[in-house]
Design a protein around this ligand. Structure first.
Ligand SMILES: [Zn+2]
Length: 273
C-alpha cells in the first residue's frame, strides 16, 4: 500500500508497533457486542475518521507547496531568460557600434590622406577626379556617422529596457523569497500539527478492535479517505444515496457498526442540537 492513506499508518517513531506484537484476538462478528462494546468502537472510529481527515488535509497542504512555489518560480525564470536575451541583444548592438567606429576612423584616415595628396595633383582633370573622390568619401563618412547615431539610440533604449526589467525582476525575486519563507513556515507548522495528530491517532488505534480497524483502512482506501460518515436525513453523506428507513432507525441508535448498502462506509447519526 502506498499513497496518502498508507501514510496515515506512519506512526510516530517512539510509538511504532513491533511487528507481531498486535494481539490477534478472537474473530469478532461486527454486529455482536465486543468486550469494549460496539458503541464505544463506533465512537472511536468517528474520532479516528476526524483525526485522519485532518491528517489527510495537512498532508495535502504540504504536498501542494512545491507546486505553489513553481507557480511563482516558472514565470520568474522566464523573465530572467528574457532579460538575458535583452543583454545579448545589447552586446550585439555594442559590437556593431564598435565596428562602425573603426570604419569611421578608417574613413577619416582615408579622407585625411586624400586631402594631403591634393597639392601633388598636376592636371585639372586629375583634380576634378580627386575632388569627386573626396566628396564620395565624405558621403560615406556621413552614412557611417548616421549608422552610429542610430545604433547609439538603439543601445540607449536597450539599456533603459534592461534597467527597468532588472528592477522589476529584483522586486519579483524578493517577493518570491518572502513567499517561500512563508510557505516554509507553513510546512513547519503543518508538520508539527501532523506529528501531534499522528500521535493522537496511534493512541486511538490501539483501542480499536483489529478487524474493525482493518475494515476501516479498507474503506479508507476504497472511499478516498472517508470510511466513517454521517447518515443525515436518511442520506449517506459519503455517497449521497438514500438509506432505507428501517436501516436509518438502527443507525440513529449509534449502537452498531452499520455500513451503507451502496458505498459500504460506516454510518453514524449526529443528533441535532
Ligand atoms: Zn454511502
Amino acid at each position: 500500500m502506498s499513497g496518502p492513506i498508507a501514510q496515515l499508518e506512519e506512526l510516530p517513531a517512539h510509538n511504532r508497533l513491533v511487528p507481531g506484537s498486535s494481539p490477534g484476538g478472537p474473530t469478532i462478528n461486527l454486529n455482536q457486542p465486543t468486550e469494549r462494546g460496539l458503541e464505544t468502537q463506533l465512537k472511536l472510529l468517528i474520532t479516528l475518521q476526524e483525526s485522519d481527515s485532518r491528517i489527510l488535509e495537512k498532508q495535502s497542504i504540504i504536498r501542494a507547496i512545491p507546486f505553489k512555489i513553481s507557480e511563482v518560480e516558472v514565470p520568474l525564470q522566464k523573465a530572467q531568460a528574457a532579460l538575458d536575451k535583452m543583454k545579448q541583444q545589447y552586446e550585439l548592438l555594442e559590437k556593431k557600434r564598435r565596428n562602425k567606429e573603426r570604419s569611421l576612423d578608417d574613413m577619416n584616415e582615408k579622407i585625411k590622406k586624400l586631402k594631403a595628396r591634393t597639392s601633388e595633383i598636376k592636371t585639372n582633370k586629375e583634380y576634378q577626379a580627386h575632388l569627386k573622390e573626396i566628396e564620395s568619401a565624405g558621403k560615406e563618412r556621413y552614412a557611417i556617422e548616421d549608422e552610429i547615431l542610430s545604433l547609439m539610440e538603439q543601445i540607449e533604449a536597450s539599456s533603459r529596457e534592461i534597467k527597468s526589467e532588472e528592477v522589476k525582476l529584483e522586486s519579483e525575486k524578493e517577493k518570491l523569497e518572502a513567499f517561500k519563507k512563508q510557505l516554509e513556515q507553513g510546512i513547519q507548522e503543518a508538520e508539527k500539527e501532523l506529528s501531534f495528530l499522528r500521535e493522537e491517532r496511534s493512541k486511538v488505534v490501539t483501542s480499536i478492535d483489529r478487524e474493525l480497524y482493518d475494515l476501516y483502512m479498507t474503506l479508507m482506501n476504497s472511499g478516498r479517505g472517508l470510511a466513517v460518515t454521517e447518515a443525515r436525513e436518511e442520506v449517506c453523506q459519503g455517497c449521497n444515496m438514500n438509506i432505507p428507513p428501517q436501516l436509518f432507525v438502527e443507525i440513529k441508535k449509534n449502537e452498531e457498526i452499520i455500513q451503507c448498502p451502496q458505498c459500504h462506509r460506516i454510518l453514524y447519526h449526529k443528533s441535532t442540537p
